[in-house]
Design a protein around this ligand. Structure first.
Ligand code: FAD
Length: 481
């Protein structure tokens, strides 16, 4: 197997898939190292008898990784396609004022506009065409109307193939991958078993492979080392019965292992293995959970079903308070299992996200140098209070009650699926790890292109912005040759 490449890309989610695809299209020999597996539709955990298909722990190579931290838990995905395998398909451009503070001067919404457009041309986002046939969408609209927010109700763009429901198409978008029209299975967040979602393995990665990229699944990067102008990337090959160490070399490395993954690789390369020289003292700073908080509306009228249709179908925007409320959903089989030991009731899960203070810290602690997150809700409390108030208003308007996660209500602990920051972009190495083009300060040839470079919370679902930034990082690498 080849050892030397023009570029090594670590991770294959919204940052890595985009970067790898564009670099290989520009003629580079690219190797993608991804710790997770290739997931065929039948292998997703709901359709797999092997319980190890659920969790990625290092010993098992399942679909999700659950990071348990003291103040906030973080859920991410593992597999070729990264978070796109389990995301709820929502692709939203944040409002222009998000970029006004905390971002490098070169990044504005109008600067990013062409990159957003490139991603949209690959992921084909469109609102759910059958939205009005779903009770939960109608209830969201009703709630918006009753609380005086009809203007702020929206059917968000979803990256889903809306062909004939349940009917396969050999190649709907010209990437050489077959997909099937969304059949309303509500399995978006457990892995679509019919390939209706436009996950990255079916577009950016398919195109990258077609152009000659090499993708090595089950290859977990341990550290990177610099020797002159060349990097060596050390990995553990978990496709073997006994994991084997290995390495690849390149003059350019793009870290795209996600907010936690890339920050951890850099922290360990600098402070644990000492294979890389110094980087910015801002490494690990600026962690944000993107203001994620979840609630459930119970006892509302009319009756709603959240087990049919895509996971998210609608949003209500609160622009003056910088947050968004979306409906949630779960596959019927999960709720059947839950109802085995929970009373069944009429309920609507709600997912909120907003502009939190982005003031968490990721660092290595203890003898084993484990990744830990320090985060406090204090500076973000006004946001969460406003969210609580507005969710209570929605519940009251629908004649029900809002129930927040007990961890939040009792212990002020949150769960996020939208981790951001840690290697944030800034105009100077004093404040950020990378510049506005994703280049790591002080480490020529090393780039970061994933959620970790986003320097503030976005207050909307972040995947489209991460992919747009990765398009820009890739363009810069290609320009520099
Ligand atoms: C259940 C759920 C629903 C979501 N819904 C939405 C949504 O609707 N809209 C939205 O915008 N966002 C959504 N998100 C968030 C979205 O998935 C993430 O923001 C996005 O995937 C982050 O992109 P990324 O490139 O930073 O990282 P990822 O997409 O997480 O990709 C990182 C990749 O790197 C790999 N990796 C990690 N460490 C290593 C290593 N050491 N070596 C090799 N590979 C490694 C991982 O396995 C992974 O494949 C959702 C997330 C979850 C969990």
């Amino acid at each position: 197997m080849r050892v030397h490449y023009d570029a090594v890309v670590v991770g294959s989610g919204f940052g890595g898939a985009v970067a790898a695809c564009r670099l290989v299209q520009a003629g580079m020999r690219v190797c993608i190292l991804e710790r997770g597996r290739w997931w065929s539709p039948q292998e997703f955990p709901l359709h797999n008898d092997d319980p190890r298909a659920w969790l990625w722990t290092g010993w098992s190579t399942g679909l999700y990784q659950y990071h348990y931290f003291e103040d906030m838990d973080v859920v991410v995905a593992s597999g070729v396609g990264g978070g796109s395998l389990v995301y709820a398909n929502v692709l939203i451009v944040p409002p222009a004022d998000v970029f006004a503070t905390g971002w490098p001067a070169a990044i504005t919404l109008s600067v990013l506009a062409p990159y957003y457009q490139r991603v949209r041309e690959m992921l084909h986002p469109m609102p759910y065409p059958r939205a009005w046939s779903r009770t939960k969408t109608r209830v969201m609209y009703q709630a918006a109307e009753l609380t005086g927010r009809r203007e702020n109700f929206k059917l968000p763009d979803l990256g889903v193939y809306w062909g004939q429901p349940g009917v396969p198409h050999p190649d709907p978008y010209g990437f050489g991958t077959s997909q099937t029209g969304c059949a309303d299975l509500a399995e978006c967040v457990t892995g679509c078993p019919i390939r209706a979602k436009n996950s990255l393995d079916l577009n950016y990665i398919a195109l990258a492979l077609r152009n000659g990229a090499e993708c090595r699944p089950l290859h977990e990067v341990v550290t990177i080392a610099r020797e002159g102008n060349e990097f060596t990337v050390y990995y553990l090959d978990r496709s073997r019965p006994v994991p084997e160490e290995g390495k690849v070399c390149a003059s350019r490395v793009v870290l795209a292992a996600g907010t936690l993954g890339s920050t951890e690789i850099l922290l360990k390369a600098v402070y644990k293995y000492r294979t890389l020289g110094p980087v910015s003292p801002a490494l690990g700073r600026g962690f944000s959970g993107n203001g994620d908080i979840q609630a459930t509306l119970i006892g509302i009228a009319p009756e709603v079903s959240f087990t049919t249709g895509p996971t998210i179908t609608a949003s209500i925007n609160y622009p003056e308070e910088h947050f968004l409320i979306e409906d949630g959903g779960l596959p019927p089989v999960v709720t059947l299992k839950l109802n085995g030991w929970l009373p069944s009731f009429n309920a609507l899960p709600l997912l909120m996200m907003g502009r939190d203070a982005a003031d968490g810290l990721l660092r290595l602690t203890g003898r084993r140098q484990k990744l830990t997150l320090e985060w406090s809700y204090t500076n973000s409390l006004p946001l969460f209070k406003a969210m609580e108030r507005c969710v209570q208003e929605l519940a009251a308007a629908l004649g029900g009650q809002a129930v927040f996660m007990p961890a939040w209500s009792l212990a002020r602990k949150l769960i996020t699926v939208h981790p951001l920051g840690g290697c944030r972009m800034a105009d100077s190495p004093q404040y950020g790890v990378v510049d506005d083009g994703g280049a790591v300060y002080g480490q020529p040839g090393l780039y970061v292109a994933d959620g970790s470079i986003v320097p503030t919370s976005l207050g909307v679902n972040p995947a489209l912005t991460i992919a747009a930034l990765a398009e820009r990082v890739a363009e810069r690498i290609i320009r520099e040759g």
